[in-house]
Design a protein around this ligand. Structure first.
Ligand code: B4P
Length: 194
C-alpha cells in the first residue's frame, strides 16, 4: 500500500508507522528522520537544514522533495511505502502527485491522525526528557504547531477534494490508535477494490 501520514508534531505518526512496517511489509519513510540523519553525519543537506530544524521551521521544499523522490525510486518501495511527515506543504503535495504519476503508482490513501494541542505538548515534553531532541523544547514546539496549522493543515482539504483523506482519532494508547489505523487501512483497501 502507498500511504501518507498527516498529523501535527507528536500526533504519533512516527510511532504508528514503526508498528505498521511489519504489518504491511513496506518501508517507513520519515523525512524528519532522514533530515536528522543527514545532520548527524554532517552531509551537505544536513548543514543546510540544521538551523531550520533547531528552530522548528520547515526545511526548504526543494531539499525535501529531492530526498523523497530519490528514496521512492529505490526498489524496496515497489510494493508500497509509508510516508511520515511528507508532504508538509501544498507545493510538496503537488510534487509528490507528479512524481507518483510518473512512476504510475498513485497513493492509496492519506491518514490524518487527529489530536488536540494540549496532548501534543505533553507528549513532546515527555519525549524531550528521553531523547533530547533539539526541537522538543516548549518554544520550538509552539513554532512547530503553528507551522503545522499554517502550512500542513491545508493538505486535509487538498486530499479531501481528491477523495483520498481519512481521519483517525489519535487519542488513546498506542495499541488503540494502531487498531483504528488498521481499520482505516481496511476501509481504503475495500474502497480501492471497487
Ligand atoms: P518529524 O520527525 O516528522 O517530527 P514530528 O512532526 O514531531 O513527528 P514525530 O514523528 O517525531 O512525532 P510522533 O508524532 O511520532 O519532523 C521534524 C522536523 O523535520 C520538522 O519540524 C521540520 O523542521 C523537518 N521536516 C520533516 N519533514 C519535512 C518536510 N516534509 N518538509 C519540510 N521540513 C520537514 O510522536 C511523538 C511522541 O509522542 C513520541 O515520543 C511518542 O512516544 C509519543 N506518542 C505517540 N503515540 C502516543 C500515544 N498514543 N500515547 C502517548 N504517547 C504517544
Amino acid at each position: 500500500m502507498r500511504i501518507v501520514f498527516l498529523g501535527p508534531p507528536g500526533s504519533g505518526k512516527g510511532t504508528q508507522c514503526g508498528l505498521l512496517v511489519s504489518h504491511l511489509k513496506v518501508p517507513h519513510i520519515s523525512t524528519g528522520e532522514m533530515l536528522r540523519k543527514s545532520i548527524r553525519s554532517r552531509e551537505a543537506v544536513g548543514l543546510k537544514v540544521e538551523g531550520d530544524l533547531k528552530a522548528g521551521r520547515l526545511a526548504a521544499d526543494a531539499i525535501v522533495i529531492d530526498l523523497v523522490e530519490q528514496r521512492l525510486e529505490e526498489p524496496d518501495c515497489n510494493p508500497g511505502f509509508l510516508l511520515d511527515g511528507y508532504p508538509r506543504t501544498t507545493y510538496q503535495a503537488l510534487a509528490l502527485e507528479t512524481c507518483l504519476m510518473s512512476l504510475k503508482r498513485p497513493l492509496d490513501g492519506v491518514l490524518e491522525l487527529c489530536i488536540n494541542s494540549e496532548v501534543l505538548v505533553e507528549r513532546l515534553a515527555a519525549r524531550a526528557k528521553i531523547e533530547n531532541r533539539a526541537d522538543d523544547n516548549p518554544d520550538v514546539i509552539r513554532t512547530r504547531l503553528q507551522q503545522y496549522q499554517r502550512a500542513t493543515f491545508p493538505l486535509v482539504q487538498f486530499y479531501s477534494k481528491r477523495k483520498q483523506h481519512y481521519s483517525v482519532d489519535g487519542l488513546g494508547t498506542v495499541e488503540e490508535v494502531f487498531e483504528r489505523i488498521k481499520d482505516a487501512l481496511e476501509a481504503i483497501r475495500t474502497k480501492n477494490k471497487r
